[in-house]
Design a protein around this ligand. Sequence first.
Ligand SMILES: C[S@@+](CC[C@H](N)C(=O)[O-])C[C@H]1O[C@@H](n2cnc3c(N)ncnc32)[C@H](O)[C@@H]1O
Length: 271
Amino acid sequence: MELRKRHKAHARPLKNLEERYDWYARAIELEAPARAGAWIETYCPAARELHLDLGCGKGQFAVAQAQRHPDVLFVGLDYDRTCIALAAQKACELELGNCVFALADGEDLTTYFGLEELSRIYLNFSTPHPRKKHAAERLTHVDQLIAYRDLLAPGACIEMKTDSPPFYEFSLVQFELAGYDIAWKTTDLHALDADSPVTEYEERLCALGAKVHACCATKADRPFTNEQTAELSLFEYLPEDLDTLEYVPYGMEGYVFNTKNRRAKEQARLL
Ligand SMILES: C[S@@+](CC[C@H](N)C(=O)[O-])C[C@H]1O[C@@H](n2cnc3c(N)ncnc32)[C@H](O)[C@@H]1O
């Protein structure tokens, strides 16, 4: 499968990557389109539901969920080859029969899953792509959310978690446009629910002071539109006074650092 070239690797390259794809082949799917409509039948006929961890990274969350819910098939999907190898290793070492990892681009989701095949989509710490020109690559962009609608079973939901208040605010508008209802939302998930499995990024970013912003959206039976109303640059969602930020969201560190520096220099020139 030809994956897009423009993406930042999320895991350090591994020397024996090709061999790992052989060792852990049982938990790796390289031809996701061939499985559309038949994931459960192919991988875990006893499963009652299929859940997708979209942008699964190194698989910690999907593997933990698969251990907790043996009657659900978990598919982790990521376009990073190293992440998929590491995730599949975890599933194989734990001998999980209900967890598989697909190397694929999440922007093409409608070619990998059949109508109403998914009972849940997890969007955990999706890459925020803060610049306006990359807004369409966000996995919660209205065009993506509209595309997911056909794949969701009745009563299915999308759960998102992020460290980024700007990405969260942007995404809430996208859910509204794409005709989803928000079943619940929070700006501090850990204060509400300490029991849900954490992801690799969640561990790392919470240790730096992040609060997990999260919501759960269900497909509503009402009109939807892809006429964008949200501000597309995530930088515009930051407070004017950047010194008030207690935590700088992942992906915005460079912008905040440079903007503070530039403003300090402008200030110094005025003195
Ligand atoms: C910030 S990491 C989060 C990983 C994991 N969900 C976590 O919470 O630790 C974002 C992941 O999404 C993947 N990703 C981003 N856009 C994607 C896309 N269009 N298709 C597949 N994977 C994507 C990246 O390769 C990366 O592994």
